[in-house]
Design a binder for this molecule. Structure first.
Ligand SMILES: C[S@@+](CC[C@H](N)C(=O)[O-])C[C@H]1O[C@@H](n2cnc3c(N)ncnc32)[C@H](O)[C@@H]1O
Length: 259
């Protein structure tokens, strides 16, 4: 076994051990509960200057997935301040840059093969202005409207038809009904071997009543939607390695790989 294979084997073993460590998983959940409750932890970070409502571990996971899959389109529901769009766009820019290096072609930063398509029911003016002013803006398209409205789904599907390798990230309204409708609308666009990442499945694992001002709760959230979706879709599976290695994640059971 060469040193690279040795290291990969070690990492696989680490992940296997973490997956079996129920006590550490429980401690991680307890930590998330406290950090989320006390510090609104997921609000504390930025990606290239834009607030991103994610925990750092999930940000690293998205980086790893985009590098691994090399999508030419990332579809995201839920834009908020734009940080997650900028994260995806910056990774796609890196992929285009690497392609140019490998092929020896001149790199035109504004000729963007790979793109991000974001959908949000309410793109606030100050957020739109900040995204439009960001250096990554030239590879981002935004649609305002509900991600499950038939006309919005039709627009996204039409746009997706122009791309070959597609990844989807769902992070908008977190009710069961909404996420299930998003999965039905957008998961079929995911390419084989690519992922549909469903954020905030964690809600199912937290104490009930934590989101008094929101329509979601235990029993009605992205994880329950994923369960229903998977019960009738055999072409997706949960990639448990990702949540096992992250430990801290808002998407346990939400990293869905298309077979
Ligand atoms: C958690 S935030 C998204 C965070 C963002 N993905 C990030 O990582 O920074 C949720 C967003 O979903 C949007 N949203 C809520 N209901 C929606 C719907 N029906 N369709 C599309 N977007 C919706 C909200 O306006 C809000 O901006």
């Amino acid at each position: 076994m060469n040193p690279t294979e040795q290291f990969q084997t070690q990492v696989r073993d680490n992940i296997k051990r973490l997956r079996a460590n129920a006590a550490l998983k429980a401690d991680s959940l307890a930590w998330m509960l406290k950090a989320g409750d006390v510090g609104a932890y997921a609000y504390n970070f930025q990606w290239l200057g834009r607030p991103i409502i994610q925990v750092p571990q999930d940000i690293v996971a998205i980086q790893e997935l985009i590098w691994q899959i090399k999508p030419d389109l990332v579809i995201e529901t839920g834009i908020a301040h734009g940080g997650s769009l900028i994260l995806s766009a910056s990774m796609l820019a890196m992929l285009d840059y690497c392609d140019a290096i490998e092929t020896g072609q001149a790199l035109d930063p504004k000729a963007t093969r790979r793109r991000v398509l974001g959908i949000d029911i309410d793109i606030r003016a100050h957020n739109r202005a900040a995204i439009d002013a960001h250096p990554m803006t030239h590879r981002i398209d935004m649609i305002q409207g509900s991600s499950i409205a038939p006309e919005i789904v039709a627009r996204v599907r039409e746009r997706a038809g122009e791309f070959e390798r597609i990844m989807v990230i769902l992070d908008s309204n977190h009710t069961h009904e909404h996420v299930l409708a998003e999965l039905d609308a957008y998961a079929p666009l995911v390419s084989s071997g690519s992922y549909c990442v469903v954020f905030d499945t964690l809600i199912e694992d937290l104490p009930g009543g934590m989101y008094a001002d929101r329509p979601w709760d235990v029993g009605n959230n992205p994880k329950t939607a994923v369960h229903e979706f998977l019960s009738r879709n055999n072409d997706f599976e949960v990639d448990e390695d990702i949540e096992s290695k992250l430990l801290i994640t808002v998407a346990p059971g939400g990293y869905l790989r298309r077979r």
